[in-house]
Design a protein around this ligand. Structure first.
Ligand code: ADP
Ligand code: MG
Length: 388
């Protein structure tokens, strides 16, 4: 099937990342079919077609494979099996194998540690409190008695599957807190990770095509609030050396995974510029939304280009950008006054078309463009204040 503009592309998931993918695909002349079980979804409502079915529904997967030139995903919790089934019949990006690793914290951490990428010291916590694998910055440690990992306290217990935006995470400072936190997480497989003193957090979006061509986006500096991304500042306020290092690591991870698509690598920056990989996401990422307005090619257009086996676009950026997330909390007193955002000529507002503004739910974002990060940040915070 031709992957030229005019073709139909398939998308697993109908959230805001899918909506922005759909917009990028449509502006290049493609049509999109969304597979998402929800009746209403940000992507489903703007795509040419919306198949309302489970991700493993045979008929729906069959329909995608027979009508779409390629299929991609917008969230990492899509069953890897769906991608595997589709890959027998059409182009799939990213591959099931990559998604399977990124969607499971245990596989993800073990993959990173085994390949020499620095991660926070961690251990796997499973039902019988077994410590399957443990590591520290110096390499693998021998198996330890599960009840003794004092060096990981204070730590964060994170569920291995389906956690996002800080959900499924509990801070613990000793073995008894670990016990009750584990019980509170229904004794599902978890990773216990040492709580680290972060100087800051940064992320790199890397795109890698089917021919191995690889391009990174400018490094983003990310500030979180209650475990949810709040603000991204780009370029990150780190030394050129740290930025180069982060991009190198992101590229090496993509290559190690033989990744085909858009991948986000989140980092912790520790004292003296030490970089540890926090996690990877097999898709465009919230911290890359700035690229829609600030870069020649956005992360979503890059996703379309890779899926359609087109050359990658330039990720160069002029000046600086600050992206601010708009969470449902802002709607508690009614619809925010968008004039507060729109009256600024160098600010771009994006709303995802979600009806239900629940606290903590990502409803939209805005991006401030300016010559310097200082200027962009100043205006971004001023607008944030005016919306409260
Ligand atoms: P999620 O999948 O919810 O994004 P993360 O593992 O990225 O989960 O954690 C969310 C945020 O919590 C991180 O961006 C960081 O701010 C904080 N955090 C997570 N792990 C640690 C850690 N080991 N030390 C310090 N802060 C952490
Ligand atoms: Mg994260």
């Amino acid at each position: 099937m031709s992957t030229r503009p005019g073709a139909m592309l398939g998308l697993l998931g109908g959230g805001q990342l899918g909506r922005m993918f759909t917009m990028a695909a449509q502006s290049l002349g493609y049509s999109v079919t969304v597979l998402d079980p929800e009746e209403r979804s940000p992507a489903g409502s703007i795509a040419e077609r919306h198949l309302r079915a489970d991700y493993l529904d045979r008929e729906a997967l069959n329909e995608l494979a027979s009508t779409c030139a390629g299929v991609t995903t917008e969230f990492e919790n899509v069953p890897a099996e769906a991608l595997r089934v589709l890959a027998e019949r059409c182009i799939v990006s990213p591959a099931a194998e990559s998604v399977a690793i990124a969607q499971d914290r245990i596989l993800e951490k073990n993959f990173l540690a085994a390949n020499g990428f620095g991660v926070a010291p961690y251990t796997v916590i499973q039902n019988a409190r077994t410590s399957q694998d443990a590591t520290n910055p110096d390499g693998a440690l021998p198996q330890r008695q599960p009840q003794f990992f004092p060096d990981l306290f204070p730590g964060i217990l994170k569920v291995s599957r389906f956690g996002y935006d800080g959900k499924g995470q509990v801070r613990v400072s000793n073995a008894s807190e670990l016990d009750s936190a584990f019980a509170g997480l229904n004794r599902e497989s978890c990773v216990l990770e040492k709580l680290l003193p972060l100087e800051r957090e940064v992320s790199v979006i890397v795109s890698r095509g089917f021919d191995g061509e690889v391009v990174t986006f400018p490094v983003s500096e990310n500030q979180h609030c209650n475990g949810i991304l709040d603000i991204s500042i780009v370029p990150a306020r780190v030394s050129p050396e740290i930025a180069r290092n982060a991009c190198d690591i992101a590229i090496r991870i993509a290559e190690k995974l033989d990744y085909r698509g858009v991948l986000c690598v989140e980092f912790f920056v520790l004292a003296e510029g030490r970089l540890l990989v926090n996690e990877i996401a097999p898709r465009p990422h919230n911290s890359g939304h700035y690229s829609i307005n600030a870069c020649v090619t956005s992360q979503f257009e890059q996703q379309v280009r890779i899926l359609c086996r087109m050359p990658l676009g330039s990720t160069s950026m002029h000046g600086a950008a600050v992206m601010v997330n708009l969470l449902g909390d802002l709607w508690q007193k009614g619809e925010p006054e968008w004039e507060q955002v729109l009256r600024h000529s160098d600010v771009k507002l994006h709303l995802y078309g979600k009806r239900d503004a629940r606290p903590g739910r990502k409803m939209g974002h805005y991006t401030v463009l300016a010559e310097t990060t200082d200027a962009a940040l100043r205006l971004a915070l001023e607008i944030k204040q005016s919306l409260q």
